[in-house]
Ligand binder design. Structure first.
Ligand code: GDP
Ligand code: IMO
Ligand code: MG
Length: 429
């Protein structure tokens, strides 16, 4: 298999960083194709923890190339900070092994300010965004007034474009949201630094990708967020502003759909969600607290406590179907240890009717009540287990039922944050 897409099948934070890191051992290229620094992908190797935002999660491996493709929105300050942080820790990262698309849109400081001002003005109705300017940047891209990283090559023209954009953004920031205006000179001081430091990384990543595809290289496509946060298929408006579905790899990176060889859906053994929006299996009780504590469920990007709940197989089935996933990667099975009873949602009850889909209407989705199956729990430290036969019998049963209900077999099971704490069941490359 050459071209494998990894997607989150829930609301993000399924453990994509860890799984991409493991699969990179046998890959040549790792490609981010959507989202931006709203993503926080954690890898743990040799007791060291790395939280990545934009740099593809294969970066710890020597001899591999990371691509940030045109579908990603990039805050240059965050990317530079990440490159510097990794370098300071001895990770080799430079224009030789990291390529950034000149077509990727720039998250400007006014995008971040607008994101935060809008959220602040919404009160209880807020989306609960990461506040990183993702939505406003994609808006400008769709409105055809965005600035792309390649525009940094001509700073005079960049200045003209930024000046036009700033005229409009400052009206919104000051008039509508009572914020201070942003200054063009300050923005251009940043732009000069970005041009200087990021210039060597910029290229047409699509052409590099096509050459790698032609050579039959092993390529991993690292999705960000999760299918339930998809702009088109998620619980709109409580979604992100890009498409985390697998098919988005064609738009975001330019991989022709027929070249996708494998699709792996990441599924946490329970559910979490950060931000607002319907969450039928949410647990606002001691069990939810247990999952949050044992699973360290606090946002990588914002530090916010994640909402926790039982596994929802209506959600995962929908994602597996939408993405055409052929396998699951099940993560955080170890976190469930110690609970006497485990519940799995198989269906919903909507106004008394049993349904097996997520209603498009957000109000109806919010009225869905989960229909549960109950399974006996298991105990013990799973982190040393490397074969499914060595799992407690009840953990094995839970896994089997999970994969039956989700509609795909597991390719790997993760039993701890470290890259070694993994049960491999299927080789992707
Ligand atoms: P991502 O956004 O999908 O890459 O996931 P995050 O990195 O935001 O969140 C997943 C969290 O769970 C990280 O802190 C990981 O280190 C951790 N993690 C990943 N897999 C496992 C696992 O199998 N067990 C445990 N206990 N933690 C895990
Ligand atoms: P990774 O890649 C979890 C959520 C936010 C909010 C909504 C919109 O680490 O899985 P945005 O800033 O994108 O406009 O916020 O989407 N969100 C994520 N939740 N994991 C993520 O990324 C997320 N990226 C965005 O919490 O509800
Ligand atoms: Mg995350």
């Amino acid at each position: 298999m050459s071209n494998v897409v990894i997607v989150g099948a829930q609301w993000g934070d399924e453990g994509k960083g860890k799984v991409v890191d493991i699969l990179t051992r046998k890959a040549d290229l790792v490609v981010r194709f959507q989202g931006g620094n709203n993503a926080g992908h954690t890898l743990v190797a040799g007791g060291q923890k790395y939280a990545l935002r934009l740099v593809p999660s294969g970066i710890l491996h020597d001899g591999k190339t990371g691509l940030i493709a045109g579908g990603v929105v990039v805050d240059p300050d965050v990317l530079l900070e990440e490159i510097d942080g990794l370098s300071a820790r001895g990770v080799r990262v430079g224009p030789g092994n990291l390529k950034v698309s000149e077509k990727a849109h720039v998250i400007m400081p006014y995008h971040q300010a607008l994101d935060q001002a809008r959220e602040g003005s919404k009160g209880a109705g807020k989306i609960g965004t990461t506040g990183k300017g993702i939505g406003p940047c994609y808006e400008d891209k769709a409105s055809r007034i965005g600035l792309r990283l390649g525009d940094l090559r001509d700073l005079e023209s960049f200045r003209d474009q930024a000046e036009r954009a700033l005229g409009e953004k400052n009206q919104l920031l000051t008039g509508l949201y009572g914020q201070s205006p942003q200054k063009l000179d300050e923005l251009m001081a940043k732009a000069r630094l970005w041009a200087d430091r990021l210039g060597p990384y910029l290229t047409d990543t699509w052409r590099l990708l096509m050459a790698a595809v032609d050579q039959g290289r092993q390529i991993l496509f690292e999705g960000a967020q999760g299918v339930m946060l998809d702009l088109d298929h998620g619980s709109y408006p409580f979604v992100t502003s890009s498409n985390p579905v697998a098919g988005s790899v064609s738009a975001g990176a330019g991989l022709p759909p027929r070249k996708i060889d494998g699709i792996l859906a990441l599924v946490k053994a329970y559910s979490t969600r950060v931000g607002s929006g319907p969450f039928p299996t949410e647990l606002e009780d001691q069990t939810g607290e247990y999952l949050r504590r044992r699973g360290t469920e606090f946002g990588t990007v914002t530090g916010r406590p994640r909402r926790c709940g039982w596994l929802d197989t209506v959600v995962v089935r929908t994602s597996v179907t939408l993405c055409g996933a052929d396998h699951l990667a099940v993560t955080k099975l170890d976190v469930l240890a110690g609970l006497p009873e485990l519940k799995i949602a198989t269906h919903y009850l909507l106004d008394g009717e049993k349904i097996d889909f997520i209603p498009s209407d957000i109000r109806a989705a919010a009225r869905c009540r989960p229909v549960y199956e109950s399974w006996p729990g298991f105990e013990g430290d799973l982190s040393k287990v490397r074969k499914t036969e060595d799992l407690p019998a009840n953990a094995r049963r839970y896994l089997e039922r999970m994969s039956e209900l989700c509609g795909a077999p597991p390719a790997l099971v993760s039993v701890g944050p470290d890259r070694e704490e993994t049960i491999m069941l299927h080789e992707y490359f």
